[in-house]
Design a protein around this ligand. Sequence first.
Ligand code: NAD
Ligand code: GLY
Length: 361
Amino acid sequence: MKTIKKLTVDLGERSYPILIGEDLLQSPNVFSPYIHGKQILVVTNETIAPLYLQSVVDSLLAYQVDVVVLPDGEEYKTIETLGAIFDQLLLKSHNRTTTLIALGGGVVGDMTGFAAACYQRGVNFIQVPTTLLSQVDSSVGGKTAVNHPKGKNMIGAFYQPQCVIADTSTLNTLDDRQLRAGLAEVIKYGLIADAEFFFWLEDNVDDLLKRNSAALAYAIECSCQNKAKIVSQDEREGGIRAILNLGHTFGHAIETAQSYKDWLHGEAIAAGMIMAAELSCAMGWISSEDVDRTRELFLRCDLPVTPPAIMTHQKFVELMAVDKKVMDGSLRLVLLKAIGHAEVTANFDHEKLSDILRFYD
Ligand code: NAD
Ligand code: GLY
């Protein structure tokens, strides 16, 4: 019997479990405790469908199961693509007791969650994340959204799933670049909230890159534990949850400038986290040694540590102005007080930020 780890996102009546384990999609009855009606719509994409759709459908024989297969790619994370999900729900007469199952990475998860939040003003959904990034981050916490040409994840809702089922065996088919992009979010937890985990990552990153299953399971569990703890304290990002966005203000600007086509999300935020670390250092919050060891960890994962050439000072300023952390016209940034401790602040030195943006001009 393979071990299944169960964590909880503690949100009162909206609490839900995160199940982490190998071959979960092959386990009988893995979904049934979290399905309350008779109808299911599995939402996936053209890459994941041939790999895992059949296992999921086979375990749902007692239900009316319909499927929608979306095109693959961040550039399809749009309001137009969402229409395909609503079309299928209406075509197959799904009612308010239906359950949507998001089978895929963060793109499928974010879109399915948003569709579930909107369909008939809200129906149940289950997250089945199949990338490292989605297992450690996007499937947990209820942020759902689609992109707009003017900004990433600009249209969405906070909407929690019934459960998260993270089958770590699905990572066997993930390509190396996607695995490394997921590691950027894993390292993020060490930087923002868990110094001990950061030090563990320094010692074990080579095993993670070699896909050692025990190391991956530990990294996923630690990441989800950190995320669940933060989300439980601040579901709708009124305060501490914003630290989960370390590097994202810079990273989202990069992704938007590239029209979501060139770098992966994890790659963009890796460069963004180094920029945030550099600003933290320029403000005297962390040492240059801390910046160096952070950069070194990203480099060992073959992740970018500088922004791409298209990112001029002007481009950053223009795109960072639409960041969701802008409040009353003031930009707020997540900066590091130490490895393992991040803070959100509007009181950063704007000249020093300009120096860093200009450095890459
Ligand atoms: P993704 O969903 O685009 O998946 C990456 C690629 O891997 C895709 O081509 C996908 O088809 C493929 N894939 C997925 N699982 C696979 C598997 N098991 N085997 C082989 N191929 C597989 O990208 P992602 O990195 O998972 O997620 C990025 C998205 O998540 C972004 O849109 C980002 O904004 C969002 N996100 C959301 C949150 C949140 O809190 N909601 C947090 C972080 C990121
Ligand atoms: N990925 C950021 C958050 O969930 O808040």
